[in-house]
Design a protein around this ligand. Structure first.
Ligand code: HEM
Length: 482
């Protein structure tokens, strides 16, 4: 029998198997929605615009349901009162790392021998975010103007802070070199970052594959441990991480790949977070006025000209409730990570309202806080609107009491995740963003080149990857403040 016919028969047999062996819902399990396409299920709608798809599913099935997505059964939980059960469950039952390892391999080609995420986490603590915050201040000052995009500005400063600078003491020449090198890192990183959703979903075109491979190759060279070895003022974070990789016996090539992965994990969300924050301020003059007023107070309290400052102390950073509220509100509207856990054993999952659902081993569990609590009209009035004081009490302190169904919520805004795997870099990230905004607003007057321009739409393919990114930039005009 010719090979082609044999392959054809095998393929038909496989398809028949797939079509006939469709899963059915067992008693006690969440509603099951397989979609109309065998195996693929809802993969296309999910990949195109996850938020709209999950909203439709929620309207159809309620706040817990299982959908088939590209051969995987994903149980989606959208009741924020029940999130704690998931995020504090033990790793032996609901595991964060299996999915993280899958992405690590698929996106960044990183495979680490004897990889133990808990061990890595323990070794990488403490983050010493105080020291990092001071270093970042210096690097932000080096770049000195918002003329390039906020993403570029923050990534370059963040990169130099964690991965080290050309030389110490810093000279004009070494700073110029830092500018050139970090611009190269940013530019190449961005080429990869733009294709990341397609890369994660395995839907790159031939041309895209070529671009991704070139960007990765270049980044592996730029961040190779040999090249980084000569850099000065490397962070303790980097030193610890390199030591950890060395102890695991990771090859030089694989170490470079791991460093690229870390660049994305530590920097990928910071620029977009700052972009949205500044844009909301520029679009809402009352918010900008309130933030500026608070910065004036801060400056009076510090009693030191900005030009002589070497950092903002943690005490000062912690006493800016208006800016905190603006940041929380801006993250509420734009942070859309998937909180994903692998179901490791058959499990009975209790919901906050007393219901209990059975989860199957091998399925995936997904929380999507962007829909609820963050955009939930039962929790936030006019949830689509930016309200700079949403997280402020009338006395100016931070507002923390939000309710759904008459019950106070513990998780009312989750840009950093929650529970065992909550973002480790949260304090450093918040400090960085606040320092950046402080420096920009103290030194410059800014306005949108087109003040009536609409706020850009989201790039819908990025749901699940952290901060949403805009479809396009928003040009600004600025002048140095007298
Ligand atoms: C705006 C900036 C950032 C946002 C919105 C953000 C958000 C997140 C989220 C949502 C998670 C996953 C939580 C989960 O699935 O349960 C996470 C994990 C993590 N983040 Fe961040 N992150 C940011 C910046 C950073 C920075 C600057 C660092 C390091 C310097 C960092 C280090 C980490 C690490 C190590 C984890 C994994 C924690 C674990 O394994 O348990 N992040 N982050």
């Amino acid at each position: 029998m010719p090979w082609a016919v044999l392959f054809g028969l095998l393929a038909a047999l496989l398809l028949l198997l797939l079509l006939t062996r469709r899963r059915t819902r067992r008693p006690g399990e969440p509603p099951l929605d397989l979609g109309s396409i065998p195996w693929l299920g809802h993969a296309l709608e999910f990949g195109k615009d996850a938020a709209s798809f999950l909203t439709r599913m929620k309207e159809k099935h309620g706040d817990i349901f299982t959908v088939l997505v590209g051969g995987r059964y994903v149980t989606v939980l959208l009741d924020p009162h029940s999130y704690d059960t998931v995020v504090w469950e033990s790793r032996t039952k609901l595991d964060f790392h299996a999915y993280a390892v899958f992405l690590m391999e698929r996106i960044f080609d990183v495979q680490l021998p004897h990889y133990n995420p808990s061990d890595e986490k323990a070794k990488m603590k403490p983050w010493q975010h105080g020291v990092l915050t001071t270093c970042l201040w210096v690097n932000l000052v080096v770049f000195g103007s918002p003329c390039s995009s906020s993403f570029r500005f923050l990534l370059r400063s963040g990169y130099l802070t964690l991965y080290g600078v050309e030389a110490l003491p810093r000279t004009h020449q070494s700073q110029a070199q830092d500018c050139i090198h970090s611009a190269d890192v940013f530019h190449t990183f961005r080429q990869l970052d733009l294709l990341l959703p397609k890369l994660a979903r395995g839907s790159l075109s031939v041309g895209d594959k070529d671009r991704v491979s070139k960007a990765k190759g270049r980044l592996w060279k730029l961040l190779s441990p040999t090249r980084l070895a000569s850099r000065a003022h490397r962070s303790t974070w980097l030193e610890n991480y390199l030591l950890h990789l060395e102890e695991m016996g990771v090859s030089e090539e694989m170490r470079a790949r791991a460093l690229v992965l870390q660049l994305w994990a530590t920097q990928g969300n910071m620029g977009p977070a700052t972009f949205w924050l500044l844009l909301f301020l520029l679009k809402h003059p009352e918010a900008m006025a309130a933030v500026r007023e608070q910065l004036e107070h801060t400056l009076q309290r510090v009693e030191q000209p900005v030009s002589q400052m070497t950092t903002l102390s943690q005490k000062v950073l912690d006493s800016m409730p208006v800016l905190d509220s603006v940041l929380n509100e801006s993250l509420r509207l734009t942070a859309a990570p998937f909180i994903t856990r692998e179901v490791m054993v058959d499990l009975a999952m209790p919901m906050a309202d007393g219901r209990e659902f059975s989860l199957r081993r091998g399925d995936r569990l997904l929380l999507f806080p962007f829909l609820s609590p963050q955009k939930d009209p039962d929790i936030y009035t006019d949830p689509e609107e930016f309200k700079y004081d949403r997280f402020l009490n009338p006395d100016g302190s931070e507002k923390k009491d939000f309710y759904k169904d008459g019950k106070r919520l513990k998780n009312y805004n989750m840009p950093w995740g929650a529970g065992h795997n909550q973002c480790l870099g949260r304090s450093y990230a918040i400090n960085s963003i606040k320092q950046f905004v402080f420096l920009v607003l103290v030194h410059f007057d800014l306005e949108l080149t087109n003040p009536d321009g609409e706020i850009p739409e989201f790039d819908l393919s990025r749901y699940g990857f952290g901060l949403m990114q805009p479809e396009h930039d928003m040009p600004i005009r600025y002048r140095i403040r007298p």
